[in-house]
Ligand binder design. Structure first.
Ligand SMILES: Cc1cc2nc3c(=O)[nH]c(=O)nc-3n(C[C@H](O)[C@H](O)[C@H](O)COP(=O)(O)OP(=O)(O)OC[C@H]3O[C@@H](n4cnc5c(N)ncnc54)[C@H](O)[C@@H]3O)c2cc1C
Length: 435
C-alpha cells in the first residue's frame, strides 16, 4: 500500500514537506496496517485532509495518510449522520439532501474534509452556534497501538471533549457522527456600511441575526456586512441569478481581487485607493437560498491567514486598534479583515472553549510577506486573551497556549495516554502541545 512520498504544499503555500511514504488506505483495516507498519519501523504517521490549513499542522517526514477513499455516508439515524472522515464538506449537500438534513453551520468554504476541519476547530459565524467540531457526537479513531477506539457519550465518554477537536494528535479519525439539522434556507443581506456604526452595533447585530459577519477594508471607513437569517426549507427561494452570482462570487471576489492584489504588490502606494474603489464595487445584494449555497463561496485567489479567537465583548475595541495601527505603521494592506462570532463550547482545545467568542482574521496575498503584520497584531490579540486558530498562522508555543486554555493539561494527558511515543507527532504539534 505504501508508495514513495512526493513533495507536498498546502493550499496557501505556507507549509510544505517531503514525506518518506504516501499511503491511500481504502478502509479501517488498511489504516491499521499503515499504523502498525509505522510503529514497527519507527516512522510517524500524519493524516492529510484537503491541505487547507495555513500552519504546518498536517506536515510530516514519515507516512502521509491520504484518507480520500475513506469517505462517504455510512449511516443515518434520525439527525445523526455517520461519515467517513475523509469526506469533503462539498460532498455533504448531495449526501444529506435525500434525508432532508444539513450542517447546522459552515465556514466560508467547503473544500476541507470533515476529519481535517473538525480537528483544527473550523468554524463559521453566529453567536448562538458553535464550530463544526461542536456538531460531532461520536468519532472512531485508530490509535497508535493499532486499536480501534470508539468515543461517544456512551463509549469512552471521558475522551469526548478531547477527541472531537484533537489536532490530529490523538489518532486517525476513520469516521465521525455529526448531529445535523433539518435542511433550511438562508436569507442573505450583504451591504457596505460605515465601520463606526457596525462596531457600535456589534452586540445588537450578532444578537438580531443568526449568522452575522463583516469584512473591514483597511484604509477605508467602510465594512462589508453580511446578515444571514435562517428560514424554513419551504420558504420562498430567490437565489442569486447565474450572471449576478458569477459577477460577485467569481469575477469580483476572485479574478478582480487577484488583479487588485497584484497591482497593490507592484505599487503598494495605490492600495488605499484600490481598497476605497473596491468598497464601491462589492456587496449590496440580497437573496435567499439553501444554506450551503449561502454559507460557502469559492476562494481561488491564494492568501495566507492568521485568525484569533477573542472575548466577544472585546471585538469592537480590537478592530479599532488594528485599523488605527495599520495607518500608524503605514502598512499597505489589500486584503479585508474578517470578523465573526461563535457560542461558547466545552471542547478542551476549541478556540471558543468556555467563552462566547469573536473571531478576527487577517489575510495577506500569498506573494506578500505577512510576518510583521501578523506578528504585531498577534501581540494585540494576546493582550486581549486571544487564542489562535489551530489551522491558521501564528507564533504561539505550548507554554503560552497552556495559559490560554484551562483544560490544556487535560488534553496533554489524553495525548500521553493515547500516543505516548508520538506516532502522530510532527514539529507543529511539538511546538503547540510540547514534546
Ligand atoms: C481558503 C480557505 C478558507 C478557509 N475558511 C475557513 C473558515 O471559514 N473557518 C475556519 O475556521 N477555517 C477556515 N479555513 C481553515 C481550514 O478550515 C482548516 O485549516 C481545516 O483544518 C482544513 O481542513 P483540511 O481537510 O484541509 O485539513 P488539513 O489541513 O489537511 O489537516 C488539518 C489537520 O487535521 C488532521 N487530520 C486530517 N484528517 C484527519 C483524520 N482523518 N484523522 C485525524 N486527523 C486528521 C491533519 O493531520 C492536520 O493535523 C480556511 C482555509 C482556507 C485555505
Amino acid at each position: 500500500m505504501l508508495q514513495p512520498g512526493t513533495l507536498w504544499q498546502n493550499w496557501g503555500r505556507s507549509a510544505s514537506d517531503h514525506p518518506k511514504h504516501l499511503a491511500r488506505p481504502a478502509n479501517v483495516d488498511e489504516v491499521i496496517e499503515v499504523v502498525d507498519f509505522a510503529r514497527t519501523h519507527g516512522l510517524t504517521v500524519k493524516p492529510i485532509g484537503a491541505g487547507h490549513s495555513f500552519t504546518a499542522i498536517a506536515a510530516t517526514t514519515g507516512i502521509r495518510l491520504d484518507l480520500d477513499a475513506v469517505d462517504g455516508l455510512i449511516a443515518v439515524d434520525g439527525n445523526l449522520v455517520t461519515l467517513g472522515a475523509g469526506t469533503n464538506l462539498h460532498q455533504l449537500p448531495a449526501l444529506l439532501a435525500p434525508h432532508g438534513l444539513a450542517l447546522a453551520n459552515m465556514g466560508d468554504i467547503d473544500r476541507q474534509t470533515i476529519g481535517g476541519a473538525t480537528s483544527t476547530g473550523t468554524h463559521g459565524t453566529g453567536s448562538a452556534f458553535g464550530g463544526l467540531a461542536t456538531q460531532l457526537r461520536a468519532v472512531t479513531l485508530v490509535t497508535a497501538d493499532g486499536g480501534v477506539l470508539r468515543v461517544s457519550e456512551t463509549e469512552n465518554a471521558e475522551l469526548l471533549p478531547a477527541a472531537r477537536l484533537g489536532l490530529g494528535a490523538l489518532g486517525v479519525l476513520v469516521d465521525v457522527t455529526i448531529e445535523c439539522v433539518p435542511a433550511f434556507l438562508l436569507s442573505a443581506v450583504e451591504r457596505p456600511e460605515p465601520m463606526a456604526a457596525v462596531l457600535d452595533d456589534w452586540h445588537g447585530a450578532t444578537e438580531a441575526t443568526d449568522h452575522f459577519e463583516f469584512y473591514v477594508w483597511p484604509h477605508t471607513d467602510t465594512v462589508l456586512s453580511k446578515y444571514n437569517t435562517r428560514l424554513p426549507i419551504d420558504a420562498e427561494r430567490s437565489p442569486v441569478g447565474r450572471f449576478a452570482g458569477w459577477w460577485e462570487d467569481e469575477f469580483m471576489s476572485n479574478r478582480v481581487l487577484a488583479a487588485k492584489l497584484e497591482l497593490g504588490r507592484a505599487l503598494p502606494g495605490l492600495t488605499p485607493a484600490i481598497n476605497r474603489f473596491a468598497t464601491r464595487l462589492v456587496g449590496d445584494r440580497s437573496y435567499t437560498d439553501v444554506s450551503h449555497e449561502v454559507f460557502v463561496s469559492p476562494r481561488r485567489t491564494r492568501f495566507v491567514e492568521m485568525e484569533y479567537a477573542v472575548p466577544f465583548d472585546a471585538v469592537p475595541e480590537i478592530v479599532r486598534e488594528i485599523h488605527a495601527l495599520i495607518e500608524r505603521r503605514r502598512w499597505k494592506i489589500s486584503f479585508p479583515i474578517e470578523v465573526r462570532s461563535a457560542a461558547a463550547d466545552d471542547l478542551w482545545l476549541s478556540t471558543a472553549s468556555g467563552r462566547r467568542t469573536g473571531y478576527i482574521a487577517l489575510h495577506r496575498y500569498h506573494r506578500e510577506d505577512p510576518a510583521e503584520y501578523f506578528r504585531t497584531i498577534e501581540e494585540i490579540m494576546q493582550t486581549h486573551g486571544g487564542r489562535p486558530h489551530w489551522g491558521k498562522m501564528h507564533n504561539r508555543d505550548a507554554d503560552s497556549l497552556r495559559a490560554a486554555y484551562p483544560r490544556f493539561d487535560d488534553f496533554v494527558t489524553v495525548r500521553d495516554r493515547l500516543d505516548p511515543d508520538r506516532l502522530f507527532g510532527n514539529a507543529y504539534l511539538e511546538r503547540v502541545l510540547g514534546a
